[in-house]
Ligand binder design. Structure first.
Ligand SMILES: C[S@@+](CC[C@H](N)C(=O)[O-])C[C@H]1O[C@@H](n2cnc3c(N)ncnc32)[C@H](O)[C@@H]1O
Length: 431
């Protein structure tokens, strides 16, 4: 049995929801029990004040610590104490599963701007958010938590297993459901579901789950346990690969060469090969290598010729395929022109660096912002050689990506490692 203790300034909010359908039945059958605790009844002044103005100014009111604290201390058994808060950790099916194992949980609902923060120092409160939205109060959020947890408490649902065979249970979204009639307004139920072949139905449902996840929540694939069959099915689906809109340029001029000097660096064979292979693996539109020096250009052409034509191209077909997306340009602007010619759009130019941009107050770009841009327009990522991109190149860029491993005490990656990590953070496995 799960006992849910609700701490709210508005207990009347729960009258109808908790007296409806399965939640009502579960209380009758002793699977669930609810108790209500109103902090206002723990106030000591004559107006029963439960809130006050925030220190530091600003709009809104803050819930007083004392009445909430006294309310919590009045509970004989509180169990885990959850505070509904948009700033909390996301509520998930996994957390619902954990909470369903408990005998007691306490749910504290904020109102106004929320609770006095010192309550988090005085009690082991767990702030939980039901989504990246702001509601008027924690009561609506608490109902979402209550329903999700309740249906996982043994005895709540008719069939024991049905509570946990839904979206998120297997890391994917659920497949669609159909019921009678077979044809409704010219829309038919898929044949396979009427055929009675259980194995085929299972396969159809798995694929429909993959399709729903691909369409609505591709981010879930990062964690979803997938099989080789799932991957083969996903790869066969026609879909927009936004990686095509991403272009990389390895800049050899102008780059920083020492403290303040800038000039041209030499090409390295490893960078050409490795960044080309990463670029091909992540489906980039092209990988440009910029150098205006004639001898360096000859080196590059010789390397590309060797691996993309003749014997080596045959014996190392994968390598040839990667190196075929390499383009030589004299300067960055030529890459910009080439992208314009290919896509009809000017790319946004993004600088990469191991250091934060000079303007310490300007927020640097995140990989997910770049990902969002790729849906609309091409992006050219600039990687520096030597000691990094020279100020002239930075001046051409529209923005700078935040440094990789900025929170560590050492982040001097090779440019080819940095390029691979950056591409993975922007595109991951699915894009
Ligand atoms: C107007 S909101 C306060 C918003 C708060 N000032 C902020 O920006 O994070 C009032 C109360 O509603 C509840 N609430 C609002 N949105 C929520 C969400 N997405 N998840 C959980 N609780 C939420 C919280 O209990 C919160 O204290």
């Amino acid at each position: 049995m799960l006992n849910v203790h609700i701490v709210s300034l508005f207990p009347e909010f729960y009258t109808s929801p908790l007296a409806t359908a399965l939640l009502a039945k579960a209380q009758e059958s002793g699977v669930l029990a609810f108790s209500h605790h109103d902090p206002r009844t723990f106030t000591t002044d004559k107006h029963h004040t439960a809130d006050d103005r925030p220190y530091g100014g600003g709009p809104g009111m803050v819930m007083l610590a004392e009445p909430v604290a006294n309310c919590l201390r009045s509970l004989p058994k509180a169990g885990r104490m959850l505070v509904m808060a948009p700033s909390g950790r996301p509520f998930t099916q996994a957390l619902a599963r954990e909470l369903a194992q408990e005998e007691h949980i306490t749910i504290i609902c904020g109102r106004y701007e929320g609770l006095d923060a010192r309550l988090f120092e005085a009690f082991p409160l767990e702030p939980i958010s039901v989504g990246d939205v702001v509601l008027n109060g924690g009561e609506t959020a608490s109902l979402a938590v209550i329903e999700a947890v309740a249906r996982l408490v043994p005895g709540f649902m008719g069939k024991e297993e049905s509570g946990d065979d839904e979206s998120f249970s297997h890391g994917l979204l659920e497949y669609p459901h159909y019921t009678r009639p077979e044809v409704w307004e010219n829309h038919a139920v898929p044949d396979v579901l009427r055929g009675g072949d259980h194995a085929r139905i299972q396969q159809w449902r798995r694929e429909a789950s993959l399709a729903a996840t691909l369409h609505n929540r591709p981010d879930l694939f990062t964690e979803a346990p997938l099989t080789a069959n799932d991957a083969a099915w996903l790869n066969a689906q026609p879909r927009r690969r936004i990686g095509k809109n991403l272009f990389a340029c390895l800049v050899h001029y102008p780059v920083l060469l020492g403290e303040k000097n800038s000039g041209a660096s030499s090409l390295t064979n490893l960078d050409i090969h490795d960044i080309a292979r990463s670029s091909r693996s992540y489906g980039l539109g092209a990988f440009y290598i910029s150098t205006p020096l004639a001898d360096q250009t000859r080196v590059l052409e010789a390397v590309l010729r060797h691996w993309t034509q003749g014997k080596a191209a045959k014996s190392h077909a994968d390598r040839a395929e990667a190196l075929r997306i390499v383009r030589h340009v004299n300067i960055l602007e030529e890459a910009v022109q080439d992208i314009y010619a290919r896509t009809g759009q000017k790319p946004r130019i993004i600088a990469t660096s191991a250091q934060w941009p000079r303007d310490a107050n300007a927020p640097a770009l995140t990989p997910s912002q770049v990902r969002a841009w790729l849906h609309e327009a091409p992006v050219l990522l600039c990687f520096g050689t030597g000691h990094g991109l020279a100020p002239e190149v930075l001046a051409q860029c529209d923005a700078a990506l935040r440094p990789l491993r900025f929170s560590g005490d050492y982040n001097h990656l090779s440019v080819r490692a940095a390029a691979a990590i950056t591409l993975d953070r922007i595109l991951g496995d699915m894009l």
